[in-house]
Design a protein around this ligand. Structure first.
Ligand code: ZN
Length: 94
């Protein structure tokens, strides 16, 4: 699948309401990394100095697409959940 059109609103099952309701669809994006977070600082410390790289950096990739995760928000209870990502070249919300 290359180009997929996804409707902005879908009628689907809400796990909280326990029946079908209208959901707004948006695209999930990972949040911005906080440079001062504990894990981020620990990782930076580990990478310091000679032999600091803990794993081989991947330069060539077999896959040409990334998994796109859909974020569904129930319009009645505003419960938000994610739908499993599928590999797409282009996803358009229509
Ligand atoms: Zn709901």
């Amino acid at each position: 699948m290359n180009n997929v059109n996804v409707p902005k609103e879908v009628n689907t099952y809400c796990p909280k309401c326990k029946h079908h309701t209208v959901h707004t669809v948006s695209l999930y994006k990972a949040g911005k990394r906080r440079a001062l977070a504990v894990g981020e600082r620990a990782h930076a410390r580990e990478k310091e100095g000679y032999g600091g790289q803990k794993y081989a950096l991947q330069h060539t990739f077999a896959k040409t697409t990334k998994k796109q995760t859909l974020r569904l928000k129930c319009k009645t209870c505003s419960y938000m959940y994610h739908k499993d990502g599928i590999r797409l070249r282009k996803l358009a919300l229509v």
